[in-house]
Design a protein around this ligand. Sequence first.
Ligand SMILES: Cc1cc2nc3c(=O)[nH]c(=O)nc-3n(C[C@H](O)[C@H](O)[C@H](O)COP(=O)(O)OP(=O)(O)OC[C@H]3O[C@@H](n4cnc5c(N)ncnc54)[C@H](O)[C@@H]3O)c2cc1C
Length: 486
Amino acid sequence: MSKKADVVIIGGGITGCAILYQLAKYDLKCVLLEKEPDIAAGTTKANSAILHAGFDAKPGSLKAKMNVKGNALYHDLKDELDLDIKWTGSVVAATTEVEMTTVKELLERGRGNGVTGLEIWDGDKIREHYPTLSPDIKGGLWAPTAGICCPFGTAIAFAENAVMNGAEIYRDCGVTSFNISDGRIVSVETAKGCFKAKVFINAAGLRADDIARLAGDDSFNIKPRKGEYILFDKSAAQQMTDGIIFPAPSKNSKGILVCATFDGNVFIGPDANDQDDKENTKVTYEGMDGLMAAARKLLPEIPVRSAITEFAGLRAVSDNGDFILGKSDKVPNLVHAAGIQSPGLTSAPAIGEYIADIVVKELEAEPNTDYVSGRPARNVFHTADNAQRAAMIAKNPLYGRVICRCETITEGEIVDAIKRPCGATTVDGVKRRTRAGMGRCQGGFCGPKVIHILARELHIPVSEVRKDRLDGVMYYDKDWKDGGNV
Ligand SMILES: Cc1cc2nc3c(=O)[nH]c(=O)nc-3n(C[C@H](O)[C@H](O)[C@H](O)COP(=O)(O)OP(=O)(O)OC[C@H]3O[C@@H](n4cnc5c(N)ncnc54)[C@H](O)[C@@H]3O)c2cc1C
């Protein structure tokens, strides 16, 4: 039996989730299909998490338009969806006169793109704000509208609101083929059966060209461009930075930056290496060495021993280097949101509006009169004061059991993460929603406990609890009981 919808979105990264969020405001039955066991498990989980001001992209490009508009939209969305965002501003730091010329070009480009508040700072002013930076920095571009966010948390927030408003999200549900009649898509086949719809949206990230081709559209290619990172413990922040420090950009990327995260860690990266493999997110010795050498030009003293993990993300680079947004020329009811490389995270709310507008006109959709804004409140223990903590524990004693000691994440929060709309079903799903496992021990202590909580709440054996997008099961400690409660 086929399931029926008005709109099927393929891909549950920030792009697919932002589109779903916008479409949920209309009287449309919307379904999102994600091949992995969780949303936000592709490129959306591994990037620099910067809400860019918008001075990089070529004037007139979709990237430039979506970046500046997306950044502005996040200012309202922060309150509406309770998003984890800090508006820190960013600096592009130049160490040579040639790089200063590039910085001045970025100023002009940014002004042309409509970015407000841009200023050129000299080296002393930069070091006044960021005292740990190199004495070699001659000056740079200050962009007050930039910020840092939690990228997977943002995608999850979009999804939670959409699900509250009637949208459906199917995970472990990869699209494998299309059923086409008279050149139009009738339905898609997936691991969870057939889905019929009037309009299909291609937000499949690195696989967007494969999805387009499956439907009969071979008009573009996507190539992966890898970026590796080193992540540092929160204790390193004082020695490093609490801001966003870019070097002068290269042709292929914004360069290797030193940057704080929303939760107070610091990272250096990413580099930019083209490759053919769309799954290879391995980090390399050469990559790590290259990151350290490049970052030391901005920040001479890097506390290497405070590094807690490394990771890599893959940019989905299209043939023309720009976003591909709009109806397919070859398949009339296929709409692409493809080639969404950086600044795709920043652009997501604007892309969501842009694509929703096309669909709403096509289907002549009316507003959803029952639409509810926001999402369920989050109980966050580690940021609560003592009175708030006492109230949380009085309401539910599980908030009194700390499971992740590095990040002070409680069992109550982990259970919430599993039970919320589009809740976690994997260990990394819990990590992305709560930060359990993101601290210095990287889940070494709390991982087995999280597995047991997932097994209990999902009513599955511990041996079936999955880590993330990997097939198979995670190691587990079958004797771990902890008082028999978990
Ligand atoms: C190194 C790096 C740094 C970056 N830094 C920034 C930054 O600081 N600021 C910024 O704005 N942007 C940044 N970006 C870009 C940003 O991360 C991406 O633009 C954004 O995450 C893309 O989201 P997406 O939803 O399009 O793709 P994805 O997150 O990859 O989502 C696509 C989804 O489609 C699913 N899918 C694929 N095939 C199928 C199928 N057959 N059926 C069902 N589902 C399928 C995938 O599993 C995946 O979950 C960076 C990117 C990288 C790699």
